[in-house]
Structure formats: C-alpha cells, structure tokens
Design a protein around this ligand. Structure first.
Ligand SMILES: Cc1cc2nc3c(=O)[nH]c(=O)nc-3n(C[C@H](O)[C@H](O)[C@H](O)COP(=O)(O)O)c2cc1C
Length: 168
C-alpha cells in the first residue's frame, strides 16, 4: 500500500538517503533505464515542490532524459538495495539491463509515463519544468577542480513533483 505524502513531511529521510544513493529512472519510447544519484535538491520553486537532479552528459540516462520530459526518483530508506545502488552507479544501461541484473521490479508511475522501482519505500514522480546546462564560467574554482577535472559537466533538471508517496 502506498500513501501520498507531502515532500516536506519526509524531507529528512529523503535527503539522508540521497547521500547514500537513490535511483533516478528515465524512459523514452521502449528505452527504460535507472542510475544511482547522490546529488540533488528537494525544494520549493515557482510555488511548487521541486526535485532537482544533476546528470552528466556521458550517462546513458542523459540520452534518454533528453528525449523525455519526466523522471522518477525511488528511495530505499530502510537500508535495503545497497548492492543494487552500487551496481546501478557503476554499470551503464547502454550494455546492461540493470533491472534484470539487480532483480528490480518496475511499477507504473501514477502521474507520469516513467516507472518507479517497487522495492523502494519513497517514490517521487516529476515533470521537468526547467533544465540548464552548467556554465563552467559560473562555477567555484574548488568545485571545478574536484568534480569536473575531466569536464563532463552536468545538465541540471528541475522536476515539479506531481506525485510523491510512501510504501506502508
Ligand atoms: C553513490 C553514487 C552517486 C552518483 N550520483 C550521480 C549523480 O548525481 N549524477 C550523475 O550523473 N552520476 C552519478 N553517479 C554515477 C552514475 O550512477 C553512473 O555513472 C552510472 O553508471 C550511469 O549509468 P547510465 O550510463 O546507465 O546512465 C553516481 C554514482 C554513485 C555510485
């Protein structure tokens, strides 16, 4: 059973799990993929609840999200799926079916045409309302040398949260 929640109600759990890893799932046509993310933002912008994700251009996920206008974020907040988070954060969906390899079950989204990962506890469904390529000229020098020594800058996607729910 899933229960609709407010994003502020579980902000602590969401942000703590994000630092340990969450699944960003994308879909375009018959291509579906997930990758582990560790950076993101839970926020209120334009009077809406917004979840922001950062995707480097080298990712297969980038190719798919660029053809779409939606994404989902699935969070396992009870300490499960550590191995799957490691696998999905190191293998590319270009040459691996990560869902099959990790025994992850896809469940249809409620409000978006992108599935969620049913083994997770909190599901966030988002519609992209803004995106922006990072501009290296605007970036702090220390972050630039630590996170972008090889370039491969992120594109930042701002997703209006159109549905958010917890498994009970
Ligand atoms: C804990 C963790 C957090 C990560 N966070 C991000 C992230 O926020 N953005 C990103 O572009 N890649 C991130 N990665 C790397 C991608 O998950 C990884 O490159 C993945 O294999 C890409 O898969 P894809 O080619 O199927 O898209 C993270 C990896 C790990 C292990």
């Amino acid at each position: 059973m899933y229960r609709q929640i407010k994003h502020s109600e579980y902000s602590k759990e969401i942000l703590e799990q994000l630092q340990r890893g969450a699944f960003l799932t994308v879909k375009s046509g018959d291509k579906v993929n997930t990758m582990t993310i560790g950076w993101g933002a839970l926020s209120v912008i334009w009077g809406k609840p917004v979840f922001t994700v950062l995707v480097r251009k080298s990712r297969y996920t980038y190719e798919i999200i660029e053809e779409s206008h939606e994404f989902t974020v699935s969070l396992p907040i009870k300490g499960q799926l550590k191995e799957a988070l490691g696998f999905c954060g190191s293998k590319s969906g270009r040459n691996t079916d990560k869902f099959k390899e990790c025994n992850l079950t896809l469940k249809d989204g409620q409000k978006v045409n992108v599935p969620v990962i049913d083994e997770c506890d909190i599901q966030i469904e988002c519609k992209i309302v803004y995106k922006q390529d990072m501009d290296e000229n605007c970036l702090d020098a220390d972050i630039k040398s630590r996170a972008y020594a090889k370039g491969d800058y992120h594109t930042i996607y701002y997703g209006e949260i159109v549905s958010i729910y917890i498994k009970e």
